[in-house]
Design a protein around this ligand. Sequence first.
Ligand code: PSU
Ligand code: MN
Length: 299
Amino acid sequence: MVALESTIIAHGLPYPQNLEVAQELEATVRDAGAVPATIAVVDGRPCIGLAAATLEKLAKDGRSFRKAGATDLGVMMATGKNAATTVSATAVLAARAGIRVFATGGIGGVHRGDSLDVSNDLTTLAKTPIAIVSAGAKAILDLPRTLEMLETLGVLTIGYRTDEFPAFYTVRSGLRLEHFAGTPTDLANILHKHWDDLGNTGGVLVANPIPAEASLDERLITRAIDDALASAVSHGITGKALTPHLLAHLAEATGGGSVRANRALAKNNAKVAAELALAYTPTVEGRLTQRTLLSPYPN
Ligand code: PSU
Ligand code: MN
């Protein structure tokens, strides 16, 4: 099984592209032979896998879904809220359902400047046993600090067919990675050693670069990011609203180019995640065990 998050749908991408992306990610996982589970909280119930109509509501009416990180989940459930789950919340719910592989676009991280805005994604990943396939961290962040923080927190970061930390919209960041894997089997072998043999209980970040043909021009995206950051400062936008504001600004500044790139890299991550899920749990018995762990919540 492959977990997919819902914040990218409700708050990260504009309608109707967000619905197309959500459906495309599920189809990509299925085409590769795995089972997708898009995760969200609906009327207070954590749902591991969403009905088609719920996915549509999430995309069309994203604003009616709160943005929930891992820390917020208990409140969302106790008060019966609708909530889109960020990487951190999705990771926690997926891990509880026995899912070990998760695909997203880019994880949250350390924001630029000295606001001390560090995504809950990093600290949750440090203690949640799941492998997240991601095109590095979002380029709007401070990538060197994000990578340092991952190391400090003990999150194993593996470059997938790259020895550099990817920069989300572009392939390279200039930041070297210590670990590398070239195939899903190589990745799965590392996960078996890391979790099953050594008893590690933390997350693993599989850093999978955007396909070169879909990557954006570096100068163009750098300028757009600087603009977006300046706009957030002048509007006084901070905290949870910051990432959605920056992404919306980038979409406009690049004439939709950032949305197309985001879509391409997310799809590529879903494919690698499905291949990894199959390589990590190769037996039918293993897969059946995983499915019986899933919660039967309807949505
Ligand atoms: N990746 C994307 N688009 C997104 C996000 C990630 O390509 O919208 C979302 C994820 O849900 C991630 C969240 O967990 O942004 C991080 O938000 P914050 O920086 O507020 O922690
Ligand atoms: Mn934040």
